[in-house]
Design a binder for this molecule. Structure first.
Ligand code: LLP
Length: 421
């Protein structure tokens, strides 16, 4: 459930009209709802309140520091995959002892930065990374807590680009090899301490079964590890719970929690979850203005001022995002592609979509854009990135200024001795 609703035919984010926000910031602009973020976050904490757990919001989904601040203030932890995400989380007031560091390519510098900041644990994804972690910890005279990310070879039944728990994927280590690595680490790598097992199988899952199948495999590993005398305290189940973009019917976090709690009964671990999309996805929209209407030889095009650089998901995965008029005046419908101004045929926000016929100047809302929206945006075609706004009751805050043209060349330099301004 979210707080983007119509009042007198005008779209509001909580108590603020989208039109008013667009007037202040211009378009395109991402608008998030604080209340929705809090509600979705609370859905997880309350669903797991009967068992020891830690919710580590996955920063990559939406990494604006005001969004992170919202969860940090609630005592939440964070799942990070880069030094940049750690920097953001710390800036937002995160407690480093509640941060888990995932990802297959952590560099030594990143490991060092995280170790110095005393994060909770590293989710290690390869034998070489395990040794790099040990070597870095040794150099810094520290002990690094780690989990191994297990690749359980379970099909999450989602888009291939966001499936991560299959043998053919680059993520994690298969259970038998993981077992070997734990034992090797215990006997030989004295600067790292095994504390957990991690398993993230993919994103936008709409069924519970793949999570439980993966859990069955991690539980097996857990008991073997304990048999070897390893003190495994954390079972990190990753993120991945899907949301409704169109007609999907993903399980509510409470149903997911019921199944997980049942399947982990008596394990004596603290469960860690890394939800991203389920918290942020439906807590944000992308507001864009129609620039032109164009009738092509075969299709109608609604050309808007947002593009694939602002929201890459439709182009990248063919994802569906509902498109709503900001002022719903009951216009007659047309079938059209909603496209941006970028010089690529893959630049679209919606294809063959039936929408109320807009006119140039009208505002439209691209729904469910709070996760993997701004965080995946780019400057392609030298387009300044959008502004971001947080609606909060009857007020709103600009939480990221729209980029200026001068921001586009920040850090760039002309070659000395050649002509230029
Ligand atoms: N933990 C790990 C280790 C992850 O790799 C991810 C997402 C998450 C947690 C959070 O997953 P979530 O709860 O949001 O499903 N750009 C794609 C999604 C990529 C997901 C990458 N990993 C999209 O727009 O659909």
């Amino acid at each position: 459930m979210h707080f983007f609703t119509y009042k007198n035919k005008n779209l509001f984010a909580e108590g603020v009209s989208i039109e008013k926000i667009a007037k202040k910031t211009g378009t395109p602009v991402y608008v998030y709802s604080h209340k929705t973020l809090m509600r979705h976050y609370a859905a997880f904490t309350s669903a797991f309140k009967t068992v020891p757990h830690l919710i580590c919001y996955s920063v990559k989904a939406n990494s604006n520091i005001a969004v992170l601040q919202t969860f940090a203030q609630e005592g939440g932890g964070f799942d990070i995959v880069s030094a940049g995400e750690l920097y953001r989380a710390l800036k937002a007031g995160a407690d480093a002892r509640k941060i888990v560091f995932s990802g297959v390519g952590k560099t030594t510098d990143e490991i060092e930065y995280a170790l110095k900041n005393k994060i909770l644990m590293f989710s290690v994804e390869s034998p070489q990374e395990l040794r790099a972690l040990d070597a870095t910890a040794k150099r810094l005279k520290k002990k690094a807590a780690f989990a191994i990310r297990v690749n359980p070879d379970v099909d999450p039944q989602t888009h291939p680009y966001i499936s991560t728990g299959l043998k053919k994927n680059k993520f994690g280590i298969e259970p038998v090899a993981a077992m070997k690595e734990y034992v090797y680490a215990k006997n030989n790598l004295k600067n790292i301490v095994p504390v957990g097992i991690d398993c993230h199988i993919g994103s936008q899952l709409t069924k519970i079964e793949p999570f439980i199948d993966a859990l069955a495999k991690t539980k097996k590993l857990l008991s073997s590890l304990r048999g070897q005398g390893l003190d495994i305290k954390y079972l990190d189940m990753g993120g991945g719970l899907g949301i409704t973009y169109d007609t999907e019917e993903p399980p509510h976090p409470s149903r997911y929690a019921e199944a997980v709690i049942e399947a982990t009964k008596g394990l004596g671990v603290t469960l860690i979850f890394e939800p991203g999309r389920a918290i942020a996805g439906n807590a944000g929209i992308l507001v864009t203005r129609v620039v032109y209407m164009k009738q092509g030889a075969e299709k109608n095009f609604v050309i808007v001022d947002a593009a694939m650089n602002d929201l890459a998901r439709p182009s990248l995965y063919g994802s569906y995002h509902a498109i709503r008029p900001v002022k719903d005046i009951g216009a007659s419908e047309i079938t059209a592609d909603v496209v941006g101004g970028i010089c690529e045929s893959g630049d679209f926000l919606a294809k063959d979509r039936i929408i109320p016929k807009p006119k140039p100047g009208d505002l439209m809302a691209v729904m469910s854009a709070g996760a993997y929206g701004f965080s995946m945006s780019s400057n392609y075609n030298s387009r300044p990135r959008a502004a971001e706004v947080m609606a909060d009751g009857n007020r709103f805050h600009v939480i990221r200024e729209r980029e200026k043209l001068s921001d586009l060349v920040r850090g760039e330099k002309l070659i000395k001795g050649r002509k230029g301004k």
